[in-house]
Design a protein around this ligand. Structure first.
Ligand code: IMP
Ligand code: MG
Length: 179
């Protein structure tokens, strides 16, 4: 199906993202100081750019693993049904875990993934989300660390897509339909 034409208005520059990622990584490094290994779990696919930048600023032994949960289709809506399409490769029992998410919107995705991971008895589990849309929340959940709070806008770039497009944009912008 052809797309309605849209433009992307810049919201957060690559420079601001980089500075914030560095600050988050320092806080995470301090919080997990002394860990034998931090398992950094990225939620595919939207977190892949963020996790790549974040782990390079974390000064701890890390392992990187991924989970893929489906929430959005190719629509601007959230479905409440969260399905796990790809699970972790390694067990996390007794481990220090950091879940890395691109956006916390209604909270359904993060809530589902966290409940699933907590059932595996990690020693400690925290969440770092790049973006948060607090006004959209339906499940009361909050990331331990958040990069930026944003208004209720549909955003793309820095790994985040609109129907699989615009993930390669170096900054974060909001989608504005022109028709
Ligand atoms: P939630 O379950 O409603 O919190 O949805 C979280 C997921 O929806 C995020 O991981 C994103 O993949 C996706 N999402 C939410 N808001 C946006 C957006 O503005 N642009 C692109 N994807 C989004
Ligand atoms: Mg996502």
């Amino acid at each position: 199906m052809p797309h309605r034409p849209y433009v992307i208005d810049r919201m957060i520059s690559a420079k601001r993202i980089a500075a914030r990622v560095e600050a988050l990584a320092h806080e995470i490094t301090d919080a997990f100081q002394g860990t034998d290994k931090l398992v950094v779990v990225g939620l595919l696919r939207g977190s892949f750019v963020f996790i790549a930048d974040l782990v390079r600023e974390i000064d701890l032994p890390v392992e990187v693993d991924f989970i893929e949960a489906s929430s959005y289709g190719d629509e601007l809506t959230t479905s409440r049904e969260v399905r796990i399409l790809k699970d972790l490769r390694s067990g996390i029992e007794g481990r220090d875990v950091l879940v890395v998410e691109d956006i916390v919107d209604t909270g359904f995705t993060l809530n589902h993934v966290l409940n699933m991971l907590k059932a595996r008895k990690p020693k400690r589990i925290e969440v770092c989300a790049l973006l948060d849309k607090p006004s959209r929340r339906e499940v009361p959940i909050k990331a331990t660390w958040t990069g930026f709070d944003i208004p209720d806008e549909f955003v793309v770039g820095y790994g985040i897509d609109f129907a699989q497009r615009n993930r390669n944009l170096p900054h974060i912008g909001k989608v504005r339909f022109t028709e």
